[in-house]
Design a protein around this ligand. Structure first.
Ligand SMILES: NC(=O)c1ccc[n+]([C@@H]2O[C@H](COP(=O)([O-])OP(=O)(O)OC[C@H]3O[C@@H](n4cnc5c(N)ncnc54)[C@H](OP(=O)(O)O)[C@@H]3O)[C@@H](O)[C@H]2O)c1
Length: 263
């Protein structure tokens, strides 16, 4: 069976929030397949080692300090990418985060910080990169939602609301930008073993709790990189506006990934 259509070789790709976790996994995968990757995090000293590691493995990487909450940072990052690589083919809106709290305990600042990071960060990057894609005749955008954007997630109301909004934004942009040749899709991961999740749960990364799933298999960053590579490749040319769920095998009737209840 030919597999060339799954390749991202030669694509100019932006991955936000790539100093660790899922973003790093996606950046490393794309670079290993021959893509030029531009990666960012809030701190140059955290993103530089990822770029160096990619280069040591023979890949091409540009590392930029960029806070996706700040439109000026994002514009500079996107502009630097276009200048360095000569264009932008793929944007992966990965940067995101959360904290766990009952709704009544979330302050206005806390609520706004999560909406700002997850939703407005996606807005800023999509506005900036979308302009280049429209001018260049097309591209591909991959947004990062969550299974918690698809169903209720107790003690994560702010996160859940932001990730649900990202799904609807994906569907809307897929229609608005179809005539510009831009495909917009979304990934909704279940629980994936990352430093961010370990920090949220207050545990070591290798001490993830057993999952409420039939297979009890925890997700790995490579699982999500597989989906991202597919969505960015020509193999997904007939897909836009979709949210691809990657969560293992759920136990029938139990939609919750892990109990984040506050004892
Ligand atoms: N892991 C899961 O189980 C899971 C499940 C569903 C969805 N997701 C989603 O997948 C994405 C990645 O999750 P993860 O678990 O890999 O997270 P993670 O381990 O916490 O990594 C988050 C990444 O985002 C960067 N980042 C955070 N705030 C940023 C900002 N304002 N500007 C730029 N970069 C920023 C961090 O870099 P610095 O700290 O260096 O800035 C880091 O590289 C998120 O959108 C998350 O909501 C994760």
């Amino acid at each position: 069976m030919p597999t060339d259509q799954f390749s991202v070789d030669g694509q100019n790709v932006i991955v936000t929030g790539a100093s660790q976790g899922i973003g790093r996994g996606i950046a490393e995968r794309f670079a290993a397949d021959g893509a030029n990757v531009a990666i960012c995090s809030r701190a140059q000293e955290r993103i530089d080692p990822v770029a160096e590691s990619i280069r040591e493995d023979g890949g091409t990487a540009l590392a930029v300090e960029c806070n996706v909450r700040e439109p000026e940072d994002v514009e500079a990052f996107v502009e630097a990418t276009a200048e360095e690589f000569g264009g932008i083919d793929v944007l992966v809106n990965n940067a995101g985060g959360e904290f766990v709290a009952a709704f009544e305990d979330i302050s206005e600042n806390g609520w706004k910080s999560i909406i700002d990071l997850n939703l407005h960060g996606t807005f800023h990057c999509t506005q900036a990169a979308g302009e280049y894609m429209r001018d260049d005749g097309g591209g591909c955008i991959i947004n990062m939602s969550s299974v918690n954007g698809q169903h209720a997630a107790p003690n994560e109301s702010h996160y859940s609301a932001s990730k649900a909004a990202i799904i609807r934004l994906t569907e809307t942009l897929a229609v608005e930008w179809a005539s510009d040749g831009i495909r917009v899709n979304c990934i909704a991961p279940g629980l994936v073993q990352t430093p961010g999740v370990a920090e949220t749960l207050g545990i070591q990364e290798d001490q993830m709790p057993p999952r409420e799933t039939v297979d009890r298999r925890i997700g790995h960053t490579e699982d999500i990189a597989d989906v991202a590579q597919f969505l960015a490749s020509d193999a997904a040319a007939f897909m836009t506006g979709e949210t691809v769920t990657a969560k293992g095998v759920p136990r029938p009737g139990n939609s919750f990934e892990v109990d984040l209840g506050l004892q």
